[in-house]
Design a protein around this ligand. Structure first.
Ligand code: NAD
Ligand code: MG
Length: 384
């Protein structure tokens, strides 16, 4: 029986995780569930999953959550410090599925405690990859990738020193075939309508700008210890091949599967075993074709910005990611236009110097400064 702490329980990954846990009660039990603001949904989840602990990041959610769970015996906690302390409690697996930089401190706490982490919160590795992997090395904690491309690569990776290239596939998002002019006026509703995957709003917008794939290159660098020269991206509109590893002998191993996050989540939950999932099976005869093309960095400049940040290292990926979170938020709120997301990220990167980051405190400082700059660039654009 694996005891699981689920961070980000109310989100898209959290919901899929709970579905798999509920289908396998003999294998998994929920120790703690944690989320951001939605105390009512968290209360429902805590009850339904028989969690022992429920943590809400928003302190204002403490009272209503406690009242909603009165008489259940579930231990109710609130605030960032409680989130971090809960993540450090001994369990077999922490599923890190908070969105954005908010996931950094609890993910690090789990790794420092030596707990295996099923990582969906890619921002943890993008902003603080060296800090996270160093903590995992020190404690012996293992990071199991949940992001579908990285999970795919994890499944086919052996002898990393014999790898000549790792390729992440990208669906190309909803605007794959659009010109810049055709992307100028797209609405948030159009941008979050992903052709293949159902996901949270932020990552859906990141998929539409291709920033997601850039962030995933940085994630892959930290997960697999491979430099940018051996990492690539291929646009693959069907989203059936999730990742490819080419070896020095010319062999290419790829993982295929339906575009359903429950496949990689199930892999990470059950690893090193496998569990059945209810997902629709991959039918290659029905799919009929698998297309691949080079990404177009002129139409999707966010990808090139991320590649440059990866090459530069230090604080640059954190600045990129923080500025992107702000810019995506401004776009979703209707304050800036779609193409301005990459503009705000580029302006923020230009405004801030490169610097090394060795601790979570230094990462937090770089993150805060990047957010402040990005907010002012976004506000400036919004006023125009
Ligand atoms: P989501 O927006 O659906 O859910 C986010 C979760 O984080 C919610 O439970 C929310 O309450 C919680 N949260 C937000 N702010 C918080 C805070 N300050 N403290 C604690 N909890 C907080 O997002 P999602 O799509 O499930 O994505 C989660 C992570 O997984 C992201 O990093 C994303 O990039 C990654 N990911 C998601 C998918 C997918 O298919 N959804 C695929 C690959 C990777
Ligand atoms: Mg992905």
């Amino acid at each position: 029986m694996k005891a699981i702490t689920l961070l980000g329980a109310t989100g898209s990954i959290g919901t899929s995780t709970l579905d798999l846990v509920a289908r396998n009660p003999e294998r998994f039990r929920i120790h703690a569930v944690a989320s951001g603001r939605d105390w009512a949904k968290l209360a429902d989840i805590a009850r339904a999953s028989s969690a022992r602990v429920a943590v809400i990041a928003d302190e204002g959610g403490y009272r209503p959550l406690r009242e909603a769970l009165a008489g259940t015996g579930i231990d109710v906690r609130a605030g960032e410090a409680a989130m971090v302390a809960t993540a450090a409690e001994p369990v077999d697996l922490v599923v890190a599925a908070i969105v954005g930089a908010a996931g950094l401190a609890p993910t690090l706490a789990a790794l420092e405690a030596g707990t295996t982490v099923a990582l969906a919160n890619k921002e943890a590795l993008i902003c603080a990859g060296d800090v996270m992997t160093a903590a995992a090395r020190r404690s012996g904690a293992r990071i199991l990738p949940v992001d579908s491309e990285h999970n795919a690569i994890f499944q086919v990776l052996e002898h990393v020193e014999r790898v000549s290239r790792i390729v992440l596939t990208a669906s190309g998002g909803p605007f794959r075939e659009r010109s810049r002019a055709e992307m100028a006026d797209v609405t948030p509703a159009e941008a979050v309508r992903h052709p293949n995957w159902s996901m949270g709003a932020k990552i859906s917008v990141d998929s539409a700008t291709l920033m997601n794939k850039g962030l995933e290159l940085i994630e892959a660098h930290h997960l697999f210890g491979v430099g940018p020269d051996r990492l690539g991206v291929l646009v693959h509109p069907q989203s059936l091949v999730h990742g490819l590893v080419e070896y020095v002998d010319g062999s290419v191993l790829a993982q295929l599967g339906p575009a359903d996050m429950r496949v990689p989540i199930a892999h990470a939950l059950a690893w090193p075993e496998r569990i059945p999932t209810p997902v629709k099976r991959l039918d290659l005869a029905m799919a009929a074709r698998l297309d691949f093309e080079e990404p177009d960095r002129a139409r999707f400049p966010a990808l090139a910005l991320a590649e440059a940040a990866l090459a530069a290292g230090g604080c640059r990926p954190c600045v990129l990611s923080a500025a992107n979170e702000v810019a995506v938020g401004a776009f979703l709120d209707g304050r800036i236009r779609f193409l301005e997301i990459a503009d705000v990220v580029a302006e923020t990167l230009e405004a801030l110097p490169a610097a090394p980051v060795a601790t979570l405190a230094e990462v937090a400082a770089a993150d805060a400064e990047a957010r402040a700059r990005a907010h002012s660039f976004a506000a400036h654009r919004a006023r125009r």
